[in-house]
Design a protein around this ligand. Sequence first.
Ligand code: AMP
Length: 418
Amino acid sequence: MAVINAPRGTRDILPAESWKWAYIVKTASEVMRDFGFREIHLPVFEHTELFSRGVGETTDIVEKEMYTFTDRGGRSITLRPEATAGVMRCALENNLCAQGASAKLWNWGPMFRHERPQKGRYRQFCQIDAECLGLAGPMADVEVIALSLELFRRLGLKNLEVVINSVGCEKCRPVYRQKLVEYFDAHRDSLCETCLDRLGRNPLRILDCKKEGCGAIAEGAPDIFDSLCDECREHFAQVRAGLERLVFTYRLDKRLVRGLDYYTKTAYEILSGDLGAQNAVAGGGRYDNLSSAIGGAKVPGVGFACGLDRVLLVMEEQGCTFGEAPGVSVYVAALDEDSRGAVQVLTYELRKAGISAECDTAGRSFKAQVKAAGACRFACIIGPEERERNSAAVKDMKDGTQENIPLSEAAKYIREKL
Ligand code: AMP
């Protein structure tokens, strides 16, 4: 029988990598705390409707990429392809933004999209997500962008580019949409199959088509800035002014529309120069109509999601550090067979004191145990003499010194030297 492997597009995060994940999440949680965001945990599956109505029927995510199934109760369920719709659902369901209240929430965990796997693109990937709900003004947009950049600054990422755009609102986008339809219709001969299909259904998406022919046509497309209503124009100007006050450099990209329908006004991405084709480490924007799209009261929002898998790739590429690598502080070795019991007790006592400790449980020789101790900061050795004196020989592997320490004081002695 063939061995069963993990499904295509998924991967195991092994110990050699998992501590780096933990470091990124810990750093994120500190930044979130400093910016006043509070952590939530959400289900990884939701009613399919949440995404079809929230993210948008004509988006790639909903049309092609969702893991949807009918559960045993006959309901259509979808593994979440992104976090924002779920966060908004949670806020509405739990009345977090009732009577004009606002909520700054963050969460992290796996997302699922049936995409073609490649470097930095997986079918199960992890996102760190922050959402600022109930706040309509441009200051909130600036705060969210600043939050994502601060996360990357603390992680030590270099060579990043912030790209921003405004995608308008329900008042001005239809006007712009019409202008685009007319423009692209006049160039339909140069559009790819997918974009021809998008023309009638979601013409804005033609703007970010990666195909060369469509790209060239999109370059000459009408500029969204010329179609923005006064409110969107002013909002965008305030966002830009805010970014400039915080001395962030950014690039305007009128072709940045992002793949989700719920965006209004600000859309942004953070790109890495060290990632190849899948170069976005984070993306986000404002979504003032999402709550009504999923059947709730009007709650404006702005947020971002960052791809943990990709951030890790860039950090490795750029030689960033991940805090202290995990390791065992103490190895407790038994000089003879009769000392194995005492070794086990001391190991347990050290662990109880919060000191990471290891001992042999495989019946290996003293020589093999000493070899294993080489990777630790301290080696504690117990033999007949030590047992007699209720002590252990504690060797500091850093400076080579060795002392005989009573067992009852070993944890304190080591703790002070660690
Ligand atoms: P999106 O929800 O599409 O705006 O994506 C936000 C961020 O999630 C992106 O900037 C990526 O860093 C990450 N991301 C999105 N899709 C994938 C994927 N299939 N595999 C890995 N990371 C992804």
